[in-house]
Design a protein around this ligand. Sequence first.
Ligand code: GRF
Length: 203
Amino acid sequence: FRIAVLASGGGTNLQSIIDQQQCGRLPVDVTLVISNNPGAGALVRAQQAGINTLCINHRNYPNREDFDRELVNALQQADIDLIVLAGFMRILTPVMLQAFPQRIINIHPALLPAFPGLDVQQQAIDYGARFSGCTVHFVDAGVDTGPIIIQAVVPILPDDSAATLAERILEQEHRIYPQAIQWLAEGRVKIEGRNVLIANTSG
Ligand code: GRF
């Protein structure tokens, strides 16, 4: 089961996937890591783990569709089964979505459908929410709107800053993202409308 991880930033989620794979708890081949950002820490982490990397800088493309066409080419050449967005800061167009229907997942640092978009830890604090968390979901044409695979809840504490909350949420991200990928690799995930069903292994 060949996965590609797309990341724009530091890549701690990528690292958690690599770590779980390396200790034998995640039955996948992390075939390729792609970043749109030449300075992404995720690229360094991938190289350190001996994973093929590709930088496709969106600034070199006149529009989102042309950028996506380059992504599709690279992902099809690598024969990728699942595309894992991990802090990938680009909105995908139908070019990508139609090339890989139901095969792109994302992680979002809030309890969707609350707080989609950017800067969501600060938004949850400003709103006065008592809990936030993270969500792994399939990617559809909306922003953070696709069917939900798994979520984890964390408390928001009275003296939280966006940074301390983000850190508490990341701990859970590093747990649930590998879990979701494992379910997908085992072929246990079925989408029925908005509902995602996880089949039992024991049966
Ligand atoms: C994570 O909080 C993820 O949920 C969000 O971007 C952040 C990426 O962090 N979409 P990292 O690059 O995996 O450390």
